[in-house]
Design a protein around this ligand. Structure first.
Ligand SMILES: [Ca+2]
Ligand SMILES: [Ca+2]
Length: 120
């Protein structure tokens, strides 16, 4: 995935951030918008006010293992994940069974429900 937006100066080690109210996340962006934190930082003057996107990886759970939102993680939530198991596409799923938001429904999502099974 790609995360980014308009570059503005900011007091951190890289010297910039993306304008918080206008950060977008996309699965793909056109090549001309692709960059890296390092490249922006090294050419900051030319990037200020411009739109750039950097590669991003999902490393933690995104969705709730309580898929149907009834307050308990149980076999119904497992069933929802199982029904969409194998999905590999670009559209968000409803209910939200792609728990790590990688546009796939696989054993990782199933594991998230199983890990929290029985929790309220
Ligand atoms: Ca539930
Ligand atoms: Ca997933």
């Amino acid at each position: 995935m790609w995360i980014g937006g308009t570059v503005e100066a900011y007091d951190n080690e890289w010297g910039f951030r993306f304008v918080p109210s206008a950060i977008f996340i996309y699965q793909y962006v056109a090549g001309i918008f692709q960059t890296s934190i390092r490249l922006i930082s090294q050419n900051l003057a030319s990037w200020l006010g411009m739109v750039g996107y950097v590669r991003a990886y999902v490393v933690d759970a995104y969705g709730s293992p309580d898929v149907n939102g009834d307050g308990v993680v149980n076999d119904i939530d497992l069933m929802f994940v199982t029904l969409s198991f194998g999905y590999n596409g670009s559209e968000p799923l409803e209910p939200q069974v792609d728990l790590n938001y990688d546009f796939r429904v696989d054993v990782r999502d199933l594991f998230m429900v199983a890990k929290h099974f029985g929790e309220t």
